[in-house]
Structures are given as C-alpha cells and as structure tokens.
Design a binder for this molecule. Sequence first.
Ligand code: SF4
Length: 378
Amino acid sequence: MCKSCSLGRGKRKISPFSPVSISPFLYTSYLSKTRRKSLVCKEVFSQMICRFVNGFSAAAGHRISEKNVAAGWDFRYHVKLDTNPGMEGLEVSTGNLIDPEGRPVTHLRMSITQECNLRCAYCHHEGEEAPGEQMSTETACEIVKTCSQYGIRKLKITGGEPLLRADIYEIIRSAKDVGFEEVSLTTNGTLLPGRAVMLKEAGLDRLNIGCDSLSSSVLPKTADAVEPALKAAKEAGFENTKLNMVVLKGVNDGEIEHMIEFAKAQDATLQIIELIPTGNGYFDKYYFDLAPIEKELKNRAQSVTVRRLQGRRQYHLPGVDVEVVRPFHQHFCEKCTKMRVTSDGHWRPCLMRSDVLVPFAGADSLLEAVSLRCSYSS
Ligand code: SF4
C-alpha cells in the first residue's frame, strides 16, 4: 500500500461498498457532492483509474469466447499469451506474455542478494524493504527456466552486489542453457578482477559497472576505483560495457562532462541515471533533473536511438554513446517490459510498488504477477 495516503497508513478502513472501492468515477463525484477531502493520494488514485479501466476491458473486451481463448487470453489472470513457434532444442516454449495494459514482458531483472560490500547512500536495494531469506541456487535457476518458457529472453542480474554469490556462474549458465539471448550483470566492480574470465566462460554477455564520479570523498564508486574492473572486463573479452552514473544535486552533477570523456577513453557507454525516491528525505535533497542535460545532449548528438525498453534515449556523440535513464519520464512505465524478482524469490511486477509481491511457485505465479502489472507513473 502507498505510504503517503490513508490507504497505506491503514488507520482508516475503507468499506468494500464505499465509492473508493467501487470506481474512481463514483469516487470523484462522491467527493464533489460531500465536499470531503480525498482519502487517497494522487498515485493511488491513478492506480485506481488504471485498474478500473483494466477491469472494464477484461469484462467487456475480452469475454471468454472460443475466439478469445484461441487468441491467447488466459482468463484466470487476464494475461495474454502470444503463440510462439518455440525454440529449437528447448523442451517447451509456451508463449510471450502481454500484461493487462498490452505491454509485452520480455525482460527479467533478478536481484540475487541484498548483501553488498559498499554502502552507497542512494542505494534503493531494488525496492526491497525487508527482504527474507536469500533465494537458493535451485530457485534462481527455476525462475530463469520458467521465464524462458514464456518467451522472456533478456536477463539482468543485480543485487546488492551479485558477485558476492559463489553460485553466480551456475545461475548465468542455467540462463544460457534455457535460451536466454542476453545475460547481463550490474556490479560495483570491486570483485570483478579475478572473476571476469569465469563470468565470460559461464556465458555472461555484458556488464554494467557503477561509476558515479571521477574522484569523490563521499561516493565510493569512482573512476579510480573502477579502472581495474574495466581493465579486467576488457581482458576477459567483454564489449559494450556500460558505466552507470547516478547524478546527485550538489555532489556530482558538475561531473557529467568529465564522465563522458572517461567513458569515451574506456570505450564504454555512459548511462546517466536520475535518482529514484528512497523514502528518507534523500531524494528531496539530492534529486537532479536531467531534462536540461538531455536537451543539450540532443543538440550535440550525431544521432539518437530510442530504446524499446522504457523509451530510454541513447545519444550518439562523437566517439561515445550516452544513455539517459529518467524513471518518471520518457514513458518509462508505458514502455516497461521488465518483470522483477526480489532476492528472496518473489515476483515484483513494479519497482515502485513494494506492496505487490507474488512468491515464486512455478508458472502460475508468473502469470499472476504479470496480471498485476499496472503503470505507476501513468
Ligand atoms: S554498490 Fe550498488 S548495491 Fe552496493 S550499496 Fe552501492 S548501489 Fe547499493
């Protein structure tokens, strides 16, 4: 539940027969007639609208008929399964998942641990507030296999710091064995020297290495610190490495140009990332709007690519690519194709919603999680 409104605080119980529960449209008319204050915040209200519209379309537009069943609608979950010809060498390939808003689910982002050997103040821990026991190797491999059966072909492994897990090679291998086309990993780079070759051998395709500043006394992931990681990655044969820079107002917002030069020298892509709320006042103090930077990059770029994933834009500058990640812009939710998994083995349909978690229990749990996907910032 949302923490910023009365629904989330749980102090006021809302009757199942109240206008809030029935429809957002009744609710607005109820508010105007009674001149009462809204019980819910803007976010929850937009979710109500979204769910109401989805429910309506499920009831009216996708009635159970032979035609709709043949078209691939799974009515237990209001999820569409596009028929898929299947992949050679795989036992099953059930289809591609399409959520209630019509968004295909093609990417898996799996956190495999909440442990980390650094402490970045802005760390959002993949939105995990109170993680349970870390999932086992078997669970991680089963999750990957289940996703592959539903046409998901891109996997990003995250943490915490995923290289702290000794079974990381096994997890990567299992993903490649079941047909994942791209397996990438985010890391703070500290443990990469000495592991890069084994990661490559296990089948890892690409790396995202955190690097927020050239040198800083408050940010641990600096260029100096990640240089050995970049060297190890190159020697192991990794290409298209991305450097992830989280931009913080008054801390490193003046370093973007230097970081572009650093990425160019390292033959890497620079990803500049807007802060997302961590709920402790940090966001209000350090949020830096990347809109003006993006405008400037657009003027300087030789060309621009808009990625399918979350509508991210990649600016191709002479000798270096810069990608901008702005979670509340660029149709981030509208174009989200990711299903997330928490380190304790739950599906998490949205990064911003810690109240919607589905424990992993085979394919049905994946379908249920997909059916719960709903744009957060629509
Ligand atoms: S390195 Fe990554 S996981 Fe570790 S504290 Fe920093 S942001 Fe969080």
